[in-house]
Write a protein that binds this ligand. Structure first.
Ligand code: ME8
Length: 503
């Protein structure tokens, strides 16, 4: 492997048809947590996010709003960028599929595949879901018993399909079924979690049909360079962002805007996606890369879906949760914490404000916040805010025990078992709370000041470890805790409340 290779993490490119909501935030925050973790270990990391701006879905919403698709895209892309800033996401790049650096590379890749014979011209006849930007066949989407209407079979979609017949270029996806199966077999970590990989393997085993990759009925897209009445099918366009963003040049492309950093970045180490777009990333995308002769990403990780107060989020219900509704009341870090403590990565879960509030009061205000404020208060009171320098190792009983959780926390984050990482950390928070309750340092202070000194020292050192571990999840709270604990060498004073109680 190239020694300068960075750990390259991506999120999906979100459609610019609607404002960011908690579902988008979830994937992007998972990517940010993993990125922060690796950075904290001194590894070079590159986090890419961005927006998916072409296709009929965007064309339709812009038309309905009476604006040009580009103006519509500009507005929503800016909302996504602002949201990531607000949520303390540290991304290294934000790609928009309308940017020249992407457009020219998609065009060059298309021409290369055409010349190679992996793309050929034909007629597409079948059904199309605009909401999912997905083609369906008659058998995949049989007519409804009562109405005779065909609906999108995607879980949670069910929108009416449009019958379409148009001249189209096709990508020879069928050719790649066997190589894909071989790749899945040889690389058991490629499709994650395992529980979702079987579905993909079975799907590919059924055999793959060639995929329509251009449209003539849509205008808002990347024109095929050699035949501009066609625009590139939005998924065939958007999937390539992960590699176009690296500056990669498809075979045959000489001049290109932007530097080629593909050696530093590609192949991606992990693509984070929601379960509903796993198939695109697990089947179509690797087949495209095989056709281009580029290495495949190391892993595609599909997480589950959030419902909100027991309901699917949808336009008709108007129940999309804007993260700001939560962060305005509880702060950004609390939102970040709740999402990953609540739902095991990979499973589905339900978002409820009541549950968030319970977690806030119990796990944050009480378990962690109180502990920090009690400990810092006692250090101020009994030790004048100063810890003994270089305490002898035998005086610290708890710190080494807490420390042993470190590798498990790291391993859980690296396996993207983010809930497990938080469970491990909170087990140590629990250990420290029990210690304080058992030893009752406020009583001990009257009888054995020496013992109190070492006990507080032990607690502060242990808490500093915990303060560090939470930093990928709660960067701001982590800094506040570490500062309050004098981790930068300062005096220790009673910490201001980190989590004011909510009733
Ligand atoms: O699919 N729960 O974009 P999109 C959890 N443009 N995650 C959710 C979610 C929910 N309820 N709702 C959305 C697209 N997400 C394409 C992707 S990639 C080349 C192109 C998250 O705006 C989750 O990551 O519909 C999901 O896959 C993504 O947002 C879909 O975003």
């Amino acid at each position: 492997m190239n020694p300068g290779k960075k750990f390259y993490i991506t999120t999906p490119l979100y459609y610019v048809n609607a404002s960011p909501h908690i579902g988008h935030a979830y994937t992007t925050l998972a990517a940010d947590i993993l990125a922060r973790h690796h950075r904290s270990k001194g590894r070079a990391v590159h986090l890419l996010t961005g927006t998916d701006e072409h296709g009929s879905k965007i064309e339709e919403v812009a038309l309905a709003a009476g604006v040009e698709p580009r103006a519509y895209a500009d507005k929503i892309a800016a909302e996504f960028a602002e949201m990531w800033k607000h949520l303390e996401v540290l991304h290294d790049d934000f790609i928009r599929t309308t940017q020249t650096r992407h457009v020219t590379r998609v065009q060059a890749a298309f021409e290369h595949l055409l010349a190679k014979g992996d793309i050929y011209k034909g007629i597409y006849k079948g059904y199309y879901c605009v909401a999912c930007e997905t083609y369906w066949t008659e058998t995949e989407a049989p007519p409804d018993g009562d109405s005779g209407m065909r609906r999108c079979p995607n879980e949670g979609c069910g929108k009416e399909l449009k019958l379409t017949e148009e001249e189209s270029y096709f990508f020879k996806l069928s050719k790649y079924a066997a190589p894909l199966l071989e790749h899945y077999e040889k690389n058991p970590g490629f499709l994650m979690p395992r529980s979702r990989s079987l579905e993909i393997v079975n799907f590919v085993k059924e055999g793959l049909r060639d995929l329509a990759v251009s449209r003539t009925k849509v205008r808002w897209g990347i024109p095929v360079a050699s035949d501009p009445k066609h625009v590139v099918y939005v998924w065939f366009d958007a999937l390539q962002n992960y590699i176009t963003a690296t500056g990669y040049r498809p075979p045959g492309m000489k001049d290109a805007e932007g530097e080629d950093h593909s050696q530093e970045l590609w192949p991606a180490d992990i693509h984070f996606v929601g379960k509903e777009i796993f198939r695109f990333h697990a089947v179509i995308w690797p087949a495209m890369l095989m056709a281009l002769g580029a290495p495949l990403p190391k892993c595609v990780y599909a997480h589950g879906w959030w419902t909100v107060e027991g309901q699917k989020m949808s336009k008709s219900k108007g129940n999309f949760v804007n993260p700001r509704e939560i962060t305005n009341e509880y702060g950004v870090d609390v939102f970040r914490y709740h999402l990953f403590r609540e739902m095991p990565f990979g499973n589905d879960g339900d978002f409820s404000v009541e549950k968030l509030k319970q977690r806030y009061n119990a796990e944050l205000a009480n378990d962690l916040g109180n502990l920090v404020s009690r400990v810092t208060n006692m250090v101020e009171k009994y030790l004048d805010g100063v810890l003994p320098e270089n305490p002898p190792a035998e005086k610290l009983e708890t710190t080494p025990r807490v420390e042993t959780a470190g590798p498990a926390v790291d391993a859980a984050i690296e396996a993207v078992d983010l809930q497990e990482a938080l469970n491990r950390i909170w087990a140590e928070v629990g250990r420290l709370n029990r210690l304080v309750n058992e030893k009752e340092p406020w009583k001990l202070a009257k009888t054995d000041p020496e013992a109190v000194k070492w006990l507080l020292c032990d607690l502060v050192f242990s808490l500093r470890l915990i303060g560090g571990w939470i930093s990928p999840f709660m960067p701001e709270i982590s800094s506040k805790i570490l500062a309050a604990l004098g981790a930068d060498g300062g005096k220790i004073e009673k910490a201001p409340p980190l989590f004011p109680r909510k009733d």
